[in-house]
Design a protein around this ligand. Structure first.
Ligand SMILES: [Zn+2]
Length: 251
């Protein structure tokens, strides 16, 4: 299991909860002893252009620091996807998050759709023919859903469920989708935790989700699996929640 991280993700590039000071440090601290860290380069303009319109890219460029950290986050998702494609599970410990970024607009602390940029790159290079995206963030990833609506190659799932058990049941069902896929991508938001905004999941549930994603990938797509960070705002529990997911997801 490789963790993709760049020191610039520590920067407070704007004033929203995803960019808050002190958010990344506890996650780095929780993971650095157990997992190997690798540093991404920035996504190229052509990588952004596969999913976003020119005007959207230009509008993010007007905030230079957001743009610079944003293309590193997208580059981090790409490196996580490529590492997974080559046979090593990986996690993009990145920010800003991406699942609320659509082709021509964004909101909800997002700028570029990291996971969509990564998946479209693998698709466009012919490395994969299909992907399953499981988004277990508290919030619906309208951006990711918009990116792939009408695309038979990519299935986007956002479990809702009824209560904790119902939610986990739905996660399981999503991973057993009938269609075939060549990689599993997790939009990993931790804001559904019992001590975060959603007030629902326990820390060990992230281990379970990671383990199920690993098992599905071994059954269906040669073990190819990666995740990227989306939401999660209680700094005092983020470290153990991310670690729990990665322990389930790793070999
Ligand atoms: Zn969220």
């Amino acid at each position: 299991m490789k963790v993709i991280f760049h020191p610039r993700f520590y920067e407070v590039y704007t004033s929203d909860p995803a960019a808050a000071p002190g958010r990344m440090e506890p996650m780095v601290k929780a993971l650095e002893k157990e997992f190997e860290f690798i540093e991404p380069g920035p996504a190229a303009e052509r990588d952004l252009a596969r999913v976003h319109g020119k005007n959207h890219i230009q509008s993010v460029k007007r905030e230079p620091q957001v743009f610079e950290v944003g293309i590193l986050a997208a580059g981090g998702a790409i490196l996580a996807a490529e590492t997974a494609f080559e046979g090593q599970p990986a996690f993009g410990l990145i920010r800003p998050p991406g699942h609320h970024a659509s082709p021509h607009s964004c909101w909800g602390f997002c700028y570029f759709n990291n996971i969509a940029i990564a998946i479209k790159k693998l698709l466009s290079e012919g490395k994969i023919k299909g992907a399953l995206i499981l988004d277990f963030d508290l919030h619906y990833g309208d951006g990711t859903s918009n990116m792939f609506s009408g695309s038979p190659a990519v299935s986007y799932f956002h479990p809702e469920g009824n209560g904790r058990e119902g939610f986990l049941e739905e996660v399981k069902r999503c991973l057993q989708a009938q269609k075939s896929y060549d990689i599993i991508a997790l939009s990993a938001g931790f804001d559904r935790h019992e001590e975060d905004w959603g007030g629902l999941l326990k820390t060990e549930d992230y281990f379970t989700i990671g383990k199920w994603a690993k098992e599905a990938s071994l059954e269906r797509c040669l073990g190819r699996r990666f995740g990227v960070l989306e939401g999660g705002y209680n700094h005092s529990v983020l470290g153990r929640n991310v670690k729990s997911l990665l322990q389930g997801l790793s070999n």
